[in-house]
Design a protein around this ligand. Structure first.
Ligand code: HSE
Length: 440
């Protein structure tokens, strides 16, 4: 049988890796797919460079619309990224009745509902394993492997750049800027690294994970997003003394009232496997009722690592493209007419435990006042650590750091208590609050 004809939009890091791995492993891939998979057309900004890479194997054009409109192309692989041109191309490919494979998390997190609705109406597949934690088949695990379960939560280190930065800061004592520069040099960071360090990349991925875990539409705008730029080295060190590591987690959790969807620095017990996912690696924990806790680990970025996911999608689409559309795995795991309207909860309703650091005057009664405010708010204390005042030294010799770990409470309750503590004359700096998850 003639190989299925693929059009590749973009032949940079991911597109180039896809071309190379598909060629290298073509025999095994064909044995799995039941048919050859051929990249027949490539759209590239730099046509000469693309031709040098693909040789005579594919036609290279500079207009990506030529690819999505070409009658011979059956699957379009979109790896150019972004949410403008990429969206137009994907929508056009779908309108033309072509299947789409994409690694574009921003596109799906922000416009996925529109994309999936169009694909459903047209009876085509949109496959996106490469959009989340590339080398880890987490989309397939959640959507198919765990389909007998009621999923309770998903918590993941799903941005390699920030995990690399946090690891370097802790292990080597590097400054934030030095660690970021290294991450960029190693090619982990997005073109605009603020996407990584401000948490948006992780939030795009968490949004997609929440949708397939709970069968809700993608709702990126409702995600709470906090990055790592305000983290102080002191908190990484205090957290460690208390048995925790700080990771940027993407969390999607089902509660009786709705879904928590949040990305923020999080203390997690050092004994959890997830706390030991280091450097640029990704790790995802899923808690479901029957399987219990499952854990997934692997590279979250990279040329061939992303190609691995893109090609797995190509194999799936090749196997299933002749199947009745109703028999295929639904895009968001649940049938489109069986989606849930569980709301995404506002942060005020999120329940979690906390690490607090207060720089206070080293005076009698300060600790009692602070703990009294927490008690008034009904917030239970788990542990208290007070730094020796003489460690602070110099002009700050009469100050000390008070570190408090709390048990679970609603964020609104904590916000109110923090406002009262911050107003005390003996609290000398803005209070640091970092959320904590036991992940038990
Ligand atoms: N910039 C991303 C990361 C790449 O650091 O994980 C993959 O999405």
């Amino acid at each position: 049988m003639k190989p299925i004809q693929v059009g590749l939009l973009g032949i940079g890091t991911v597109g180039g890796g896809t071309f190379t791995v598909l060629k290298r492993n073509q025999e095994e891939i064909q044995r799995r797919a039941g048919r050859g998979i051929a990249i027949a057309m490539v759209a590239a900004r730099n046509v000469e460079r693309a031709r040098a890479l693909v040789g005579n194997d594919a036609v290279v054009v500079d207009d990506p619309f030529q690819v999505v409109n070409h009658p011979q192309i059956e699957i379009v692989v979109e790896v150019i990224g972004g949410t403008t041109l990429a969206k137009d191309l994907v929508m056009q490919a779908i309108a033309n009745g072509k299947h789409v494979v994409t690694a574009n998390k921003a596109l799906l997190a922000e416009h996925g509902n529109e994309v999936f609705a169009a694909a459903h109406a047209k009876g085509v597949m949109v496959a996106f394993e490469g959009a989340v934690a590339v080398s880890i088949p987490i989309i397939k695990a959640l959507r198919e492997g765990l389909s007998g379960n009621r999923i309770e939560w998903v918590a993941g280190i799903i941005n390699g750049t920030t995990n690399f930065i946090l690891t370097e800061m802790r292990d080597k004592g590097l400054s934030f800027d030095a660690a970021l520069a290294q991450a960029q040099a190693l090619g982990y960071a997005e073109a605009d690294p603020s996407f990584d360090i401000e948490g948006f990349d992780a939030a795009h991925k968490a949004t997609i994970l929440a949708a397939i875990a709970f069968g809700v539409p993608v709702q990126f705008k409702r995600a709470h997003v906090e990055g790592i730029t305000k983290l102080a080295a002191a908190d990484i060190a205090y957290g460690f003394q208390l048995g925790y590591r700080i990771k940027l987690l993407g969390i999607a959790k089902r509660t009786a009232h709705g879904i928590e969807l949040r990305v923020h620095p999080t203390l997690i017990p050092v004994k959890r496997l997830l706390a030991n996912v280091e450097g640029s690696m990704n790790g995802i924990m899923v808690k479901s009722d029957a399987a219990g806790i499952t854990m997934y680990y692997g590279a979250g970025a990279g040329s061939e690592q992303t190609a691995s996911a893109v090609i797995a999608d190509l194999v799936d689409v090749t196997r299933l493209h002749t199947a009745d559309a109703a028999q295929r795995v639904p895009h968001l795991a649940f049938q489109p007419d069986a989606m849930s309207d569980l709301p995404i909860l506002p942060m005020a309703d999120v329940v979690t435990s906390y690490y607090l650091r207060l720089r206070v005057a080293d005076q009698t009664g300060v600790l009692a006042t602070v703990t009294g405010i927490l008690a008034d708010a009904g917030i239970s204390i788990d542990a208290v650590l007070q730094r020796e005042a003489d460690e602070v030294g110099g002009a700050e010799a009469n100050q000390t750091d008070l570190i408090i770990l709390t048990h679970d409470c609603a964020e609104a309750r904590m916000d109110a208590a923090l406002a009262r503590m911050q107003a005390l004359a003996t609290v000398l700096q803005p209070i640091v609050r970092i959320r904590k998850e036991e992940l038990a």
